[in-house]
Design a protein around this ligand. Structure first.
Ligand code: FMN
Length: 304
């Protein structure tokens, strides 16, 4: 029985029917997933990174399996913001959910171009990707230096019409320093974590498996690291957090909420089983019901 639970959450004034979204890059534009799940049941969909012009991405192989997770080095292949607005946005608008657009760029001007174009659309929220480990210029370089984080977020905030969430990289010494810099720059919220930089080597060819040599580690293997970072960031900032990193079940999502996440994103789990985000929603509802809570907000940060 989960009927007595109101799963809705409000993030920076945007009402979600439940606290679960897809993690950027694992849901594409949603078209493939729409064959398996009713997208309208999600609190939000977060789409893959969108750049000002089409990006080709990295040479193959782009993914490698590893124990408890996977490595990817897609390199943010995408059709560019104009094609996204023309094709993907209207498709997703056909569903009753919020649309979060992940914004990427090689330079500050590229981020600003995408944000200005999206300001003219009905996208609900923006997620500034200053944390991609798989591109040669931009990406993670912005999210691993507090000063650059602050300046990038501040400039992007002046152009953003929608709430601006900043996606943080775990590949830093102090996640709280970067989180505070993003908050000081005007971020409305934070998404964390992006993938952890990793690699694998083929022992027969004696060469790195990924075409890009290194890639980003995701999946259950990174959950404890992600959880620790959400816990620390919750104590460092006042803005809301969307937590992610290895969430497979409702119980995993509850851990993130207890650590301080107002909402969660499901990534790699959805690549294994497209229905995973719906199972996570159900698991959250069951936990809240079993423990007598009326709304997810009641448990956010309860582990502190
Ligand atoms: C294949 C793949 C592509 C991804 N593409 C993006 C992306 O375009 N932008 C982004 O911010 N994060 C991207 N990510 C990172 C995820 O959004 C997420 O932060 C990370 O995978 C941790 O969550 P998970 O363990 O549930 O997958 C990608 C991850 C994977 C596995």
């Amino acid at each position: 029985m989960t009927d007595n639970v109101d799963l809705s959450v409000s993030l920076s004034g945007v009402l979600w029917k439940n606290p679960v979204t897809t993690a950027s890059g694992t849901f594409a534009s949603g078209k493939e997933h729409s064959e398996f799940i009713d997208i309208s049941r999600l609190g939000a969909v977060t789409v893959k990174g969108v750049s000002p012009v089409p990006w080709q991405g990295n040479p193959p192989p782009r993914v490698a399996e590893t124990f408890g997770g996977m490595l990817n080095a897609i390199g943010l292949e995408n059709p560019g913001v104009d094609a996204f607005i023309r094709n993907d946005l209207p498709f997703l608008r056909g569903y009753n959910t919020n649309i979060i657009v992940n914004v990427c760029g090689h330079s500050l001007n590229e981020y600003l171009t995408v944000i200005e174009r999206l300001a003219q659309t009905d996208a609900d929220m923006l997620e500034l990707n200053i944390s991609c480990p798989n591109i040669s210029a931009g990406g993670m370089a912005f999210g691993t230096d507090p000063k650059l984080t602050y300046e990038t977020v501040r400039a992007c905030k002046t152009k953003a019409r929608q709430p601006l969430y900043v996606k943080l990289s775990p590949n830093v010494t102090s996640i709280t320093e970067i989180a505070r810099a993003a908050e000081a720059g005007g971020a409305d919220g934070l998404s964390l974590i992006n993938t952890l930089l990793g690699m694998r080597i083929d022992i027969e060819t004696r060469a790195p498996i990924l075409g890009n040599k290194t890639g980003g580690l995701s999946g259950p293997a990174i959950l404890p690291v992600a959880l620790r970072m959400v816990y620390q960031v919750y104590e460092a900032v006042k803005i809301p957090i969307i937590g992610m990193g290895g969430i497979m079940t409702g119980a995993d999502a509850i851990e993130f909420m207890l650590a301080g996440a107002s909402a969660v994103a499901v990534g790699t789990a959805g690549l294994i089983d497209p229905v995973a985000p719906l199972r996570v929603i159900q698991g959250i509802a069951e936990y809240l019901t079993a423990h007598g809570y009326k709304n997810p907000a009641e448990i956010v940060g309860a582990a502190h």
